[in-house]
Design a protein around this ligand. Structure first.
Ligand code: CO
Ligand code: CO
Length: 323
């Protein structure tokens, strides 16, 4: 693929968004994401789709400045009001992000789809990337896991309203607050957000890009209340099974772990949280700052410096695995 010297993060990087240098101080961040409804309420779906699309800019440490709507909609079959509610949900998140909606494009389609193309900016030396995790770093996650299982259970009669509400609030939440707080503290060596590939998938990509391995403490993973019950009931989305199969090449699982709980580490997420790989020297300050702001932050593992493994071990070379 022809490259351009101004492309700092491009197509082959498997990072959250593309980054382009526009001058010696500033770079442009670009990303696009859209999908079919994950919840029944159109306004909430709009919020989730927008929060999800904006997330990749936050995962790069940037600030979203402009967005474009992307919408597919069965014009003759569904009430225009549904369409307006979706766009309004999105708009409210765009406003909360402080970005400007410049326009968009919609087409007639059998299935509803909505999302955003997002442009952000970032100081040239402040870009967060998924490379850079270092031995001894502490790994943190900012949102609970389980959204994929909850979304898959929406058409069942055993999904508790409480569980759906918790998932909807989580998916609608912008990663803005966690990202800005992290930028202000410093000490962050690598960042990515958790979406379709699940925790292990996105963490594997970070480890591969950084050339290190890590361990995850399965018992410490934050979960949306009721997630394990859904798994026990047989909820297991195709994307989650795919993740586990695909990322098996990079993971070793300690014997004797709870089989139901284990699936949560591989669950495909929608609009999930950020994973921060933080220098252990900064870890306590990082935790303190999140606590003071009332922002959730969960310690989920560490980048290995040759220690004992616990829980899920992501080893990019598949060495030293003695299961
Ligand atoms: Co991402
Ligand atoms: Co994305």
């Amino acid at each position: 693929m022809p490259q351009n010297d101004n492309v700092l993060v491009g197509f082959g990087y498997k990072d959250d968004a593309g980054v382009y240098k526009i001058n010696d101080d500033t770079c442009l961040i670009q990303t696009v994401d859209f999908f079919t409804p994950v919840v029944d309420d159109p306004y909430t779906f709009g919020q989730i789709a927008a929060a999800n699309a904006l997330s990749d800019v936050y995962a790069m440490g940037g600030k979203p400045i402009t967005v474009l709507n992307i919408a597919c909609f069965p014009i003759n079959e569904i009430d225009k009001e549904v369409f307006n509610l979706i766009l309004n949900g999105g708009l409210d998140k765009i406003k909360e992000a402080g970005a400007a909606l410049l326009g968009g494009h919609s087409i007639d389609d059998k299935e509803i789809k909505y999302g955003l193309s997002v442009t952000g900016i970032c100081g040239i030396n402040d870009i967060y990337s998924n490379q850079g995790a270092k031995r001894g770093d502490v790994l943190y996650l900012t949102k609970s896991l389980g959204t994929g299982f909850v979304v898959s259970a929406i058409c069942t009669d055993f999904l508790e309203k409480e569980t759906l509400d918790e998932a909807s609030i989580s998916m609608s939440k912008l990663n803005k607050y966690a990202s800005e707080l992290a930028v202000s503290i410093g000490g962050v060596n690598a960042v990515t957000d958790v979406t379709g590939f699940g925790l292990v998938g996105h963490l594997s990509e970070m480890m591969i890009a950084s050339g290190v391995s890590c361990e995850i403490y399965l018992q410490s993973l934050p979960l949306i209340k009721g997630t394990v019950e859904l798994i026990k009931r047989g909820i297991n989305p195709a994307g989650t099974k795919r993740n586990r199969k695909y990322f098996a090449a990079y993971t070793a699982v300690k014997n004797g772990l709870d089989g139901n709980l284990l699936w949560t580490a591989f669950g495909a997420e929608t609009s999930g949280g950020l994973i921060f790989s933080v220098s252990h020297m900064k870890a306590s300050q990082f935790e303190e700052a999140f606590k003071n702001k009332g922002e959730p932050l969960y310690k989920i593992g560490r980048v290995l410096d040759g220690g004992v493994k616990d829980g899920i071990y992501i080893d990019i070379m598949k060495q030293n695995i003695t299961n």
